[in-house]
Design a binder for this molecule. Structure first.
Ligand code: M3P
Ligand code: FE
Length: 309
């Protein structure tokens, strides 16, 4: 089997300052499917075409941001192997028992050099929609509710020591570097896009003095038309849009960024490069960062580098 190790982003737990407006946004504007609420008040969602029970978990808290970002690994043996490999690399790991999150098996939690909590897990209950696994239709009614992405796709996280993150992800977790931005010194990597698949990225990091910050969680749409439709839906609901619709130079994805009611940035995007681990990573110079972010306008939107939660 070609796919082993880390399979894909599995879930993100996001902090929101008020639960009801957040649930309205994620369920009815973004168009995720609510799949449960737990005894501590967290609300669980999946995208309509995802099969596992949850990919976005909202937790009410005093400040917005990200609690943790989790990747699904191939199986339980793989999870134990990562546990050993991480410890051997000097990373302290904490075991979170099965059931701490709804429909989710045991998780391995650890802090990465940028100050983010990452998790690995291998088991999550599959809850396909009726008919999804037998002569399925290409879409269901849920695919028309709100923006309705097909999956939670990646996150961009801001924090210090991103080059140590690069070492951890490539040397222990089996990721490879797809693209990077070189700082004005002409050699230090200041932004990194990393893949565990053939996607342009499964996670990305930008160097930033404050640890553990969320830049955005991104959701995949199927077409440029759906990006434009997402823009319409965001405006109809008076959601603050930051950038787009436009195209990134970096990854070549087509995108819109906006903010949830707590100020957490999200992205809906489509397309982009496909990557393979034998390919050398693409370098972007600091001077071309504006076109890397917004290719048509060649514009480094100031808020993109400064606003994080
Ligand atoms: C993405 C993406 C920058 C580009 C960001 C790209 C920092 O968020 O999904 O490809 O220029
Ligand atoms: Fe993104």
């Amino acid at each position: 089997m070609a796919m082993t190790g880390v399979l894909r982003p599995g879930h993100v737990q996001v902090r929101v300052v008020e639960l009801d407006p957040a649930v309205h946004f994620y369920r009815d504007v973004l168009g995720l499917v609510e799949t449960g609420r737990d005894s501590v008040g967290r609300v669980y969602f999946k995208a309509w075409d995802e099969r596992d029970h949850n990919s976005v978990v909202l937790r009410q808290a005093d400040r917005p941001g990200i609690d943790h970002f989790a990747f699904k690994v191939r199986d339980s043996v793989t999870l134990d192997k990562f546990d050993g490999d991480l410890r051997a690399w000097g990373v302290r790991c904490e075991g979170i028992p099965e059931g701490e999150m709804l429909s989710t098996g045991r998780r391995l939690r650890f802090e990465i050099p940028s100050g983010h909590l990452l998790e690995l897990y291998s088991e999550k209950e599959a809850v396909p929609y009726p008919g999804q696994l037998h002569n399925p239709r290409p879409w269901t009614e849920a695919a028309e509710h709100g923006i309705a992405p097909v999956r939670m796709d990646h996150a961009l996280l801001y924090g210090p020591h991103v080059n140590q993150n690069l070492a951890l992800f490539t040397e222990v977790l089996g990721f490879y570097l797809t693209e990077y931005v070189t700082l004005p010194d002409g050699k230090t990597k200041g932004a990194l896009w990393l893949s565990c698949s053939i996607k342009a990225h499964d996670i990305a990091f930008v160097e930033h003095p404050d640890p553990g910050r969320l830049h955005h969680v991104s959701f995949l749409l199927e077409s440029w038309e759906k990006i434009l439709r997402a823009g319409d839906i965001l405006s109809m609901n008076k959601v603050p849009v930051e950038i787009g619709p436009t195209r990134h130079g970096i990854t070549r994805g087509m995108t819109i960024y906006g903010f949830d009611p707590s100020g957490n940035r999200f992205e809906t995007f489509c397309g982009g490069l496909q990557s393979y681990p034998d390919q050398a990573p693409i370098e972007w110079s600091w001077e071309e960062l504006p076109s890397g972010l917004d290719y048509p306008q060649r514009k480094l939107h100031e808020t993109f580098l400064s606003v994080v939660t």
